[in-house]
Design a protein around this ligand. Structure first.
Ligand code: URA
Length: 441
C-alpha cells in the first residue's frame, strides 16, 4: 500500500466526525503504528476518537486482522491434533490456566498458550509459573512448537515478534485513558490469540468487582464482539461469562496459587475453582473434537484427574520448560515467605460471610509486594493469601478468615487491613450468585 495515499490527520478527522474507516485506512493505522509512520500523538488522537465514536463490527474485525498481521503469525498446522487455547480477561485468584492446560492436554487437546503478566490487582499466569524454580516462559517459537508436539501443552509469554502493533497501542492506551473501549480490547485480545496458530478458542469473560469489566452487560458486549471476530476469522470461539465478585478458589498470590493448582490436579480443588476449570476445559474438548458434549467432557476430565494423567502432564510440562518438577510432591521448593499470619474474625464478626471483595483482596496482594503497579516492577512470589473464607460460610469470633504469607511486618499489617475491609458479614446466609452465567457462541 502506498502510504502517500493516506494521512493520519485525515483518518483521525474522519473517525472524530463519526465516520467508518475503510479496511485500507485501518491497515495503514496498524502498520503505521508498528513502523513509526503513524506518530504516537496521532495514534493516541485516533484511539480517543475510536473510544468516543466506537467501531462497527467490520471495522473491529479489520483492526484485529491488521494488528495480527503487523507481526509474525505462528503456523501450527503441521502439528497433529486440535490446537485450542483459553483466554481469561483476568481476575483475582484466577489460576485456571495452570490446571486447564495440562488437563486439556491429558484429554487429547494440544494447548498452545501465550499468557501475560500481572498488572494492578490481577495476577498473571507467567508470574505464577515463574514461582516454580527454573520454569522458563521466554521460549522461542521453535522451542514452543517442540514442547507442544512432545507434551501437548506449552505455556509461554508473548514473543516480541507477535502483534507488535498491540504492544505499542496498549502502552499508549494505558496512559491516555483509552483502555476501556470494547472494539480496542476486542482487537487487542483477539489479534494476539489468532496469531498463536490456534484452531479454536475458549474465552472466560469475567465481570464484577475484581474484574476488568465491572458489569455483566459490559462483559456480554465484549464476549459477543470477540465471538463475532472468531466467526469472521473462521475460528470457532466460545465465551463463558463468569462472576468475579470474590476471588476464585482460596488462594491468591504466586506460590500459594501454584500449590492450589497442583492440589486441583491431585483431585483436592475447591468447588468454585473446579467448576470454572471444568466448564472452560470442557468447551475446549468439545471444540477440539475430544468430547461430544459437556457430560462426555466432564467424564473425561474427571478420569484424567482421578488416574493422575493430568498431574503427569503438569510434571512433563515443568520438565520441558526447565522447571523443577519435584514441586508436585514438595511445596517447600517454592519461594516461601518468612511468616504466616492467621487473620481471625473479631468479637463482632458473627453470622455468615456476605462479601469477599475481590478487588480489595487484590489490593492486599499488592500491599504484600505480590503485585505490580508498573510493568517494570518485580513481584515477590512468596507472599500471598491462603485458606480464604468464601461467601456463605459461617463465622464466629476467632474463625480463621485467611492466612497471609508475609515477608515484611508493615506490609503484612496493611494487607490485613485490606482483608478486613474486603470481608463483610450478615446475620443470614446470603443467596449464592451463579459462577457461570452465560455461554456465547
Ligand atoms: N487485555 C488485553 O490483552 N488487551 C486489552 O486491551 C485489555 C485486556
Amino acid at each position: 500500500m502506498s502510504s502517500a495515499k493516506y494521512f493520519p490527520q485525515n483518518i483521525i478527522i474522519k473517525k472524530r466526525d463519526g465516520g467508518a474507516l475503510t479496511r485500507e485506512e485501518i491497515q495503514f493505522f496498524a502498520n503505521g503504528v508498528a513502523n513509526g509512520e503513524f506518530a504516537e500523538y496521532q495514534a493516541t488522537a485516533l484511539l480517543m476518537a475510536i473510544f468516543w465514536r466506537g467501531m462497527t463490527p467490520e471495522e473491529t474485525a479489520w483492526l484485529t486482522d491488521a494488528m495480527m498481521n503487523s507481526g509474525e503469525v505462528i503456523d501450527l498446522s503441521d502439528l497433529p491434533g486440535a490446537k485450542v487455547d483459553k483466554h481469561s480477561t483476568g481476575g483475582v485468584g484466577d489460576k485456571v490456566s495452570l490446571i486447564l492446560a495440562p488437563l486439556a492436554a491429558a484429554c487429547g487437546i494440544s494447548v498452545p498458550m501465550m499468557s501475560g503478566r500481572g498488572l494492578g490487582h490481577t495476577g498473571g499466569t507467567l508470574d505464577k509459573l515463574e514461582a516454580i524454580p527454573g520454569f522458563r516462559v521466554g521460549l522461542s517459537v521453535p522451542e514452543f512448537r517442540a514442547i507442544l508436539q512432545k507434551v501437548g501443552a506449552a505455556m509461554i509469554g508473548q514473543t516480541p515478534q507477535i502483534v507488535p502493533a498491540d504492544r505499542k497501542l496498549y502502552a499508549l492506551r494505558d496512559v491516555t485513558g483509552t483502555v476501556e473501549c470494547i472494539p480496542l480490547i476486542c482487537a487487542s485480545i483477539m489479534s494476539k490469540k489468532l496469531a498463536e496458530g490456534i484452531d479454536s478458542l475458549v474465552l472466560d469473560v469475567k465481570f464484577g468487582k475484581g474484574a476488568f469489566m465491572k458489569t455483566k452487560a459490559q462483559a456480554l458486549e465484549l464476549a459477543r464482539a470477540m465471538v463475532a471476530i472468531g466467526k469472521v476469522s473462521g475460528k470457532p470461539v466460545r465465551a463463558l461469562l463468569t462472576a468475579m465478585s470474590q476471588p476464585l478458589g482460596r488462594c491468591a498470590g504466586h506460590t500459594t496459587e501454584v500449590i492450589e493448582s497442583i492440589e486441583c490436579l491431585k483431585g483436592n480443588g475447591p468447588t468454585d475453582l473446579m467448576e470454572v476449570t471444568y466448564a472452560l476445559t470442557g468447551h475446549m474438548l468439545i471444540l477440539g473434537g475430544a468430547a461430544k458434549d459437556e457430560a462426555d467432557a466432564r467424564a473425561k476430565m474427571e478420569a484424567a484427574i482421578a488416574n493422575g494423567s493430568a498431574l503427569q502432564k503438569f510434571r512433563e510440562m515443568c520438565v520441558a520448560q526447565g522447571g523443577d518438577a519435584r514441586v508436585v510432591d514438595d511445596y517447600t521448593i517454592l519461594p516461601t515467605a518468612k511468616k504466616r499470619i492467621e487473620v481471625k474474625a473479631l468479637a463482632n464478626d458473627q453470622g455468615f460471610v456476605s462479601e469477599v471483595d475481590a478487588l480489595t483482596c487484590g489490593h492486599a496482594i499488592m500491599a504484600l509486594g505480590g503485585g505490580r503497579a508498573a510493568v517494570t516492577d518485580a513481584v515477590d512470589h512468596a507472599v500471598g493469601i491462603a485458606d480464604l473464607i468464601k461467601i456463605g460460610e459461617p463465622v464466629a469470633p476467632g474463625t480463621r478468615l485467611c492466612t497471609l504469607h508475609v515477608n515484611d511486618d508493615a506490609k503484612g499489617a496493611q494487607a490485613e487491613a485490606h482483608l478486613r475491609a474486603a470481608i463483610k458479614f450478615s446475620a443470614t446466609k446470603p443467596q449464592s450468585e451463579p459462577l457461570i452465567q452465560d455461554l456465547i457462541q
